[in-house]
Design a protein around this ligand. Structure first.
Ligand code: ADP
Ligand code: MG
Length: 518
């Protein structure tokens, strides 16, 4: 009898409540009735918020939306029979949306020996959030709710940890990156799987580093801002039709995306499909590359595989844009340098951009920059003048760095150096050409001296010169220049001589070949 005194009794309802609390469940939505009233009261007792709804369907919709928004399932509490039937609509919707939700239904009484079924809880939470998220159902018989057991006999289930990291096969990642690099008209489709995966930072970096246009699905909206310059939602049909490579990030090629098929898609389109659900890969369209894994992790993998040297225009501008003060005066000239820079370097103030202008004149940049630096320092507004030049454009007036040095104008010149006009060749190819014959007869007219040391031209006059090959070097050199108000500086940023502009979706509304980001 001594034992009976020490025994702490606990009801089935309390066990449920504590098990849910241990799973970090924050919300329960439901409609109570026999036998689940005690369950609702017990969950409130452990600090879980209970929201009484008017129909189990709405309760289940609400619970599944909490699952989508937080990544941890909420619970929908229903009674047996009609209660569960009403909840089915919400469960089906959650399943189709790939949103986690745990539905708990009270049913008729059962024999005591099935009480071990309470151990189903951690499995319920796990199956709702692991793999493809979705709905799961736990059936609690009525007599379990009120039955009392010795607490010592209850085995508490530990909190189910978040899904383990899942990565795509490295070879598939390499293939995908190579396919993207050679694509002419790529398109990233951002679905609600990307939203659920909380992949916003990674997806933004991918889109910006590679200059990729993107299209959100309805609930993929907001992973990247709708007003992002690379968002092609306004030209959705053309974007889908013209894409040669589609990166599918957590969206299914179902009716929302016209099944990925003609006439809405290019019949030759190559799909790089990223999904956490293996069964989804190849649904309707056989992917050119299938990346099975969590979007956030897989996109990080792609970024790691991509951030190799040499850089391309988009990578360079992405890093510059992150570091430049919002009020700087941007002077720009060049071909790709000026075109891509215009889309990626934002102006937020009037009269803060000077470029090749109406006449498309190359060689204006350094003169403009000198003027801007003089006017601004005269006004004591101390806005930074940043001159973003193609290597060819820089050459037209490069000697003006001496002027800048002489007057100690703290202009920052960034030469985006691709060894040529429009494009160039690498040093090795240049040497090979030299061995093959007379360079004046065989060298492509667009080439300039590969890896020319424009930075040393600046250094020759006492300014700061930086020779930059990697994103890290670019960032640290630019930061040093921004911190130095005493003298001009020049960053000679080597990029892939074959780096090119990604063709953009052309809207029918805009005449000629202006791309819609302009
Ligand atoms: P949308 O309605 O935005 O097109 P869908 O519901 O069709 O989105 O597709 C979402 C896809 O995202 C599903 O195939 C699902 O398996 C997948 N998914 C869900 N979570 C993740 C994740 N963390 N990582 C990768 N894919 C995910
Ligand atoms: Mg979809």
């Amino acid at each position: 009898e001594v034992e009976a005194v020490n025994m702490e009794e606990i009801t089935g309802a309390q066990i449920i409540a504590e098990a849910l609390k241990a799973q970090n469940v924050e919300y329960m939505f439901g409609i109570v009735g026999v036998p689940v009233i005690e369950v609702a009261m017990a969950v409130q007792g452990v600090g879980i918020k209970y929201v009484g709804m008017r129909n189990e369907q709405a309760a289940c919709y609400a619970a599944s939306a909490v699952g989508y928004l937080t990544g941890r399932p909420a619970v929908c509490l229903v009674v047996s029979g009609p209660g569960l039937i009403h909840a089915l609509g919400g469960m089906a919707n959650a399943n189709m949306n790939c949103w986690p939700v745990v539905v708990i239904g009270g049913s008729s009484d059962q024999n005591q020996e099935t009480m071990g079924a309470f151990q189903e809880f951690p499995q319920a939470v796990r199956s709702s959030i692991y793999g493809r998220p979705g709905a799961c159902y736990v059936d609690v018989s009525g007599d379990m709710v009120t039955a009392r057991v010795d607490r010592a006999r209850v085995r508490a289930a530990p909190c189910c940890p978040p899904p383990p990291v899942s990565l795509a096969h490295p070879k598939a990642v390499t293939e995908a990156v190579a396919m993207l690099k050679t694509s002419k008209q790529p398109l990233v489709i951002v679905g609600k799987g990307a939203a659920y995966s909380r992949a916003e930072d990674e997806v933004q970096e991918l889109v910006e580093l590679c200059g990729l246009p993107f299209l959100p699905t309805p609930m993929g909206k907001g992973v990247l801002p709708d007003d992002h310059p690379q968002c092609v939602a306004a030209a959705r049909s053309r974007a889908l039709l013209q894409a040669d490579v589609v990166v599918l990030l957590g969206a299914r090629l179902n009716w929302i995306l016209h099944f990925g098929l003609p006439p809405r898609f290019n019949p030759q389109v190559k799909v790089i499909q990223v999904d956490i659900c293996a069964e989804e890969l190849g649904n309707n369209v056989k992917p050119a590359v299938a990346l099975l894994g969590d979007i956030r992790n897989v996109v990080s993998q792609a970024l790691a595989a991509h951030s190799s040297v040499p850089m391309n225009y988009y990578t360079v501008f992405h890093h510059i844009a992150e570091l430049l003060p919002h009020d700087c005066i941007i002077v720009s000239e060049g071909a790709n340098t000026m075109d891509i820079g215009r889309t990626m370097l934002y102006n937020r103030l009037p009269r803060h951009r000077l470029d090749a202008g109406t006449f498309g004149t190359m060689g204006v940049g350094l003169g403009f920059a000198i003027a801007a630096a003089l006017v601004e320092s005269g006004r004591k507004t101390c806005q930074r003048v940043v001159c973003v030049e193609g290597d060819s454009a820089f050459g037209f007036s490069g000697m003006e760095v001496e002027t800048m040095c002489r007057y100690k104008l703290p202009v920052i010149i960034i030469v985006v150096n691709n060894n040529g006009i429009y494009s160039g060749v690498d040093p090795h190819t240049w040497d090979e050409l030299g061995k093959m014959g007379d360079l004046t007869t065989i060298a492509p007219p667009v080439t300039l001296l590969p890896e020319a040391r424009y930075d040393q031209v600046m250094a020759a006059f006492g300014g700061q010169g930086f020779f930059v090959r990697t994103p890290q070097e670019l960032r640290s050199a630019l930061q040093l220049c921004l911190d130095d108000w005493e003298r001009p500086s020049l960053l000679n940023v080597l990029i892939d001589p074959a780096s090119d502009r990604k063709q953009q979706v052309v809207s029918t509304l805009i005449p000629f070949s202006f791309n819609i980001w302009f």
